[in-house]
Ligand binder design. Structure first.
Ligand code: ADP
Length: 383
């Protein structure tokens, strides 16, 4: 009952309903007007015609009484009204059909426009839009607006898809070319069939494997198939779990790794594996981009309603022109250096950012410029 009355009220809020109502009224008025005008124009002629016939009849009968004349006059009048009614009804019908056709053509114009636009989109023309000056203020106008925003979204998805395919092919080409080159060298006897050649091929296949794994991870995150297994954790334990296995790798490169965790931090409810993955990525990058004798500090402290994690290094830094882009897929500030030094594919930070955002936090980077070190910071809100 409640939904019925709500639906009934909704009908009166609809502008489109008023347009249809106005169209009906317009057709009725046009039909009525045409009828009245046609009747007004035709009745005099019809009456005259019937009067003429009556006079002819009377002369033929050679003088009837006045009562007889009254009856004949009355009959002529009703016959004339009937004639005129038929003619004007026919004219009113034709005029109202024409008016209804014209009005429905005007009213369905936006629907035809929408149909044409959706056909264009279905045909792959994602740039097609309904011009703003052709968008009405009724429900069809709202539909046209939603259509335009849908088309905009589809266009940007299509652009991302194209760029992604281009980027992936580019990323695949480099290791594949290197593997193919090494194999050709081996076959032609130009390269020695020794450990270093096989190690080089192994490194390239390893890069390919990492790229594929990163892409799979990215797809999982992008398609919202990511399930966070959130639990209340102790931050100090989490930091230990990340730092301890890395100590040896840092020591081997001669980079000092320090962790500072503020005491009495509040508990956070997170997917521990995922946050470890983020920290692992940031520390891995810090190690990669910090030369020998450098320093990396992982710090965790409370910052308002959130816990702030920061990974600071005194490595090669990030020039300001690259800073806004490093979280984009496949973006590397220094591509040649990254590749030559066994760097990643430029997806690590994209994944890390998505993982932090899935926890309701924010990840960003700060750097004073080239060779001035970098700091990566992220927040995790306290529940
Ligand atoms: P990659 O797999 O290439 O490391 P990331 O997405 O992790 O990809 O990083 C993207 C780019 O950001 C890197 O190629 C590098 O140019 C820059 N970058 C990331 N971390 C650091 C850092 N600690 N110091 C300097 N540059 C960094």
């Amino acid at each position: 009952m409640k939904t019925n009355s709500a639906g009934f009220i909704q009908v009166f809020k609809s502008r489109w309903i008023y347009k249809i109502l106005a169209a009906f009224i317009a057709v009725v008025l046009i039909a009525g007007g045409a009828h009245a005008v046609a009747m007004r124009l035709s009745i005099a002629a019809a009456f005259e015609r019937h009067l003429g016939r009556m006079n002819e009849n009377m002369q033929g009968m050679m003088g009837g009484g006045s009562g007889m004349r009254g009856v004949n006059l009355y009959e002529s009048f009703t016959a004339a009204v009937n004639d005129s009614l038929w003619i004007s009804a026919l004219i009113a019908f034709i005029v109202s059909v024409l008016a209804a056709l014209l009005i429905s053509r005007l009213m369905t114009k936006p629907i035809h426009r929408l149909t044409r636009a959706s056909r264009a989109i279905a045909g792959g023309d994602y740039s097609h839009r309904i011009p703003p000056d052709e968008i009405s203020t009724d429900e069809l106008g709202l539909l046209a607006q939603s259509f335009n925003s849908m088309a905009e979204k589809l266009e940007s998805i299509e652009a991302i898809r194209k760029q992604l395919i281009g980027d992936i092919s580019h990323e695949l080409r480099t290791p594949l070319t290197a593997i193919k080159g090494s194999m050709e060298g081996l076959m032609d006897g130009v390269l020695p069939a020794d450990k270093s050649t096989y190690q080089q091929i192994y490194r390239e296949t390893d890069r390919l494997q990492r790229l594929v794994e990163d892409l799979q991870e990215l797809t999982r995150i992008d398609s919202s198939a990511l399930r966070l297994n959130r639990k209340a954790i102790k931050i100090a334990d989490l930091v230990q779990a990340v730092v301890v296995p890395l100590e040896n790798t840092f020591a081997m490169k001669g980079v000092a790794l320090k962790s500072q965790v503020e005491s009495a931090l509040p508990q956070i409810v997170v997917d521990s594996d995922r946050i470890q993955q983020v920290l692992h990525n940031l520390l891995g990058n810090a190690l990669h981009f910090t030369p020998e004798n450098g320093h990396v500090v992982l710090e965790v402290r409370q910052d308002g309603d959130a816990v702030l994690f920061s990974v600071q290094d005194d490595g090669i830094g990030i020039p300001p022109e690259h800073l806004p882009h490093i979280f984009e897929r496949f973006y590397r500030a220094d591509k040649s250096r990254s590749r030559a030094a066994g760097g990643g594919s430029g997806i690590g930070l994209t994944i890390a950012k998505s993982l932090v955002e899935a926890h309701g936090g924010k990840l960003w980077a700060e750097s004073k410029g080239k060779n001035k070190g970098s700091t990566f910071l992220f927040t995790i809100p306290v529940e």
